[in-house]
Design a protein around this ligand. Structure first.
Ligand code: UDP
Ligand code: MG
Length: 316
């Protein structure tokens, strides 16, 4: 029997979890030709989330959990889920039931047809402000513009991944993660499924605009170092202006026999030195970018316990 792991990052979700579990239980009863693992990643919740998860675990062996030592953020919770998942495929889901579990059979159907990455694309987003929808759209545009790999629009993290996608994603261990772009980067056979995104069932959203902006900047800078190139780009026109002005002054001096004025010399010097400075910043930026890309060596997260066992965090 094939095993499906449902990965659910949870941060202060005490109100949603019982409802979520009921919906998942129904689903698992319907899909009884599969084995299931419900893997919660408790991302340092400050409420009773972990107690509720432990209660569920006592009732139902299929419930597993990874308990973080503190809040590491959803992106990190997702990679931890991949590390601990034991299934032949995994499904990412939010704890707040915004992603309807009833869509999972359809995702699985396409997986059985041979797709590796079946992602759910939002047809509508209920209960979200136009500002959030608008900024999210612009963000996709910008990210798409800056990177060479294709990025799926209006797609959250609700998706099914085959084991080989899981293994591929586990190899990408940078600490400023932007999982959305990683899904695109790994490639493999993708399939889109449309769905209506529901409003959050209970509790409040953990996102605020600062978090979203941080995520957006991480998304851009983790994918490309092109913003660092700005200096290099600015220095080029500066040098062109310098050169043209230099030629103009020299010609005036030697052809028209007009003495160089003090202000002309000053302009030349300013152009020359500011050009050099901007260029040097650009070069430093380029190297900084390389270093930045090579130094992501910390463990991504620390685990307090896994399914009741204390973790020593040796290998991950
Ligand atoms: N989440 C998390 N760590 C965080 C913030 C959020 O694991 O630091 C989880 C949260 O419990 C939920 C999912 O990520 O399962 C999506 O969060 P939320 O619903 O608040 O975001 P939104 O749907 O509003 O974008
Ligand atoms: Mg939500």
């Amino acid at each position: 029997m094939k095993k499906i792991t449902i990965i659910i990052p949870a941060y202060n979700e005490e109100e949603s979890l019982p409802l979520l579990y009921d919906r998942l239980k129904e689903l698992m009863e319907k899909m009884n030709n599969y084995e299931f693992e419900i893997l919660f990643v408790n991302d340092g919740s400050k409420d009773k989330t972990i107690e509720i998860i432990k209660d569920l675990r006592n009732k139902d062996e299929r419930v597993c959990y990874v308990d973080f030592s503190r809040n590491f953020g959803k992106e990190i919770a997702m990679i931890a889920g991949l590390d601990y998942a034991t299934g032949d495929c995994v499904v990412f889901m939010d704890a707040d039931l915004q992603d309807p579990p009833e869509l999972i059979p359809e995702l699985v159907k396409y997986w059985e047809e041979g797709y590796d990455d079946v992602y759910a694309k939002r047809r509508s987003r209920k209960g979200e402000t136009w500002l959030k929808k608008f900024t999210s759209k612009m963000y996709y545009r910008v990210l798409q513009h800056l990177t060479k790999v294709e990025i799926q629009e209006d797609t959250g993290d609700f998706r099914l991944l085959d084991r080989r996608c899981v293994n591929a994603l586990k190899k990408l261990r940078e600490s400023q993660r932007n999982t959305k772009s990683m899904f695109s980067w790994i490639g493999y056979k993708k399939k889109e499924v449309l769905y209506d995104r529901d409003p959050r069932i209970a509790g409040t959203t953990k996102w605020n605009y600062k978090k979203l902006i941080d995520l957006a900047i991480d998304g851009i800078t983790s994918f490309t170092t092109s913003p660092l190139r700005i200096s290099t780009y600015i220095s080029i026109p500066t040098f062109i202006v310098l050169f043209v002005y230099f030629v103009y002054v020299i010609v005036k001096c030697f052809v028209v026999h007009e003495a160089i004025q003090a202000y002309q010399a000053i302009i030349l010097l300013i152009l020359f030195f500011s050009g050099i400075q901007i260029l040097l910043f650009g070069i430093i930026g380029e190297y900084l970018g390389r270093i930045f890309n090579e130094t992501k060596n910390r463990p991504l997260y620390l685990v307090n316990e896994y399914n009741g066992k204390k973790e020593m965090n040796d290998e991950k």
